[in-house]
Write a protein that binds this ligand. Structure first.
Ligand code: SF4
Ligand code: SF4
Length: 390
């Protein structure tokens, strides 16, 4: 099988991907009479839209553009891998953000195309039939299915704060059992990754992330909600590589969560120049100055929103004038401070000569040092915190 032109420096990887796609294509289709070409066409997209999307996903996965045809081929065989999607303690926002857009995106169509063998929000079955569907999918696709879990896992009162279905089975037991036979496990959203808002102090239900209930490796895809690109990209990565991606200290894929929001932010030049919005609606806000002093947590947050944006790449919170809340970090609700207010020097007071990042920002604002020197120093100070580890 030969698809597209090869980049010679990536020959081995290209060949490995080709072989992996070939292997997957030998597996039986789960949905007969369906193809990604038909799915996108029925929804008003043309093949070139799909290839443009595949090119964007290729770049997102840090692969050369010559791999675009392979990424498109990987999507075609995505219907060979069944997916079981569980809902725990959550708002269903992660599913909603991906699947319920007013106009379908190619990312949402990919999820129409793949075989969601069990998804409580989307499936037609209810009651006993739904429970049988879950047990049936786990049995039938043992060792082959991808488990995606949305929501934190309540562990308090022996797990009884979350019971599901007629027999009142506990969420923690369902998640644990489904993890046992999964080929790969993705925690979708901050709740499933780290417990989320319901795990905020005082955490009355004892909510925890999925990794606390299984001994198997969980790939965390946090965000509230996570970007659809990060969800689909994690799936594509697994399809292409067949292995776990390189993960950071919090088990987040490094291709998506390697950089801070701050690193690629379009307002970054203003941060370095000491130009800050002092309060919402002021002249600095009108001029697009940095939002750090009005609570942006971008310097502390590892995610790719500033690169990929939302709503088909049209915008993201910082672009419209509201700072990052740090939603992809563990315990962000407790550790990122008050929304709309800077962190002050509470967390990082030893990073820059005894000053925290906010103190550094004030110094910049006062012009005590040259803007360039302070910009470099501030960047160095913030870069010194919490580096992701291999
Ligand atoms: S502090 Fe926020 S708004 Fe300012 S440059 Fe960093 S990420 Fe952008
Ligand atoms: S900009 Fe910040 S708060 Fe908003 S989704 Fe990205 S990481 Fe979460």
């Amino acid at each position: 099988m030969s698809i597209g032109k090869k980049d010679t420096s990536y020959d081995a990887l290209y060949t490995a991907f080709e072989e992996r796609i070939e292997q997957l294509s030998q597996l039986p289709r789960i949905k007969e009479n369906s193809s990604i070409e038909n799915t996108i066409e029925e929804n008003g997209f043309e093949r070139r839209d799909f290839m443009k999307w595949a090119g964007m996903m290729t770049a997102l996965l840090s692969l050369p553009s010559t791999f675009t045809p392979l990424v498109a081929e990987a999507v075609k065989v995505a219907d060979r891998l069944p997916i079981v999607w569980l809902h725990m303690a959550e708002c269903t926002g992660c599913s909603e953000s991906l699947l319920r857009s007013a106009e379908p995106t190619i990312d949402s169509l990919i999820f129409d195309y793949i075989s969601l063998e069990y998804h409580e929000t989307l499936m037609a079955a209810a009651g006993w039939q739904a429970e049988q569907n879950l047990e049936g999918a786990i049995e039938k696709y043992k060792g082959r299915y991808i488990l995606m879990v949305e929501g934190g896992i309540p562990m308090g009162n022996a797990g009884s704060f979350l019971t599901i279905g007629g027999p009142g089975k506990k969420g923690k037991d369902i998640a644990k059992e489904a993890s046992e036979s999964a080929a790969a496990i993705f925690a979708i959203g901050t709740c499933s990754s780290f417990g989320g808002v319901q795990a905020a102090v005082p955490n009355p239900t004892g909510a925890v992330g999925l990794s606390e209930v299984t001994h198997k490796t969980v790939i965390n895809v946090p965000g509230c909600p996570p970007s659809e690109k990060n969800i689909v990209g994690t799936l594509l990565h697994y399809l292409l590589y067949g292995t776990l991606p390189a993960l950071d200290a919090y088990n987040r894929p490094k291709w998506a969560y390697r950089l801070r929001i701050h690193d690629l932010c379009e307002r970054r030049g203003h941060f370095d120049a000491g130009e800050f919005v002092e309060q919402f609606g002021d002249e600095g806000a009108k001029d697009g100055y940095c939002l750090y002093k009005v609570g942006c947590k971008g310097p502390y947050t590892f995610n790719n929103c500033s690169k990929n944006k939302f709503n088909q790449g049209t915008s993201w919170p910082v672009q419209v004038g509201f700072g990052c809340m740090g939603c992809s970090e563990p315990d962000f609700w407790d550790t990122m401070g008050i929304v709309g207010e800077p962190l002050k020097d509470r967390l990082y007071q030893t990073t820059f000569g005894g000053l925290g990042s906010d103190a550094t920002a004030d110094k910049i604002g006062l012009g005590l040092l040259t803007a360039t020197a302070v910009g470099v120093a501030a960047h160095a100070a913030i870069s010194a915190i919490k580096p992701p580890k291999e």
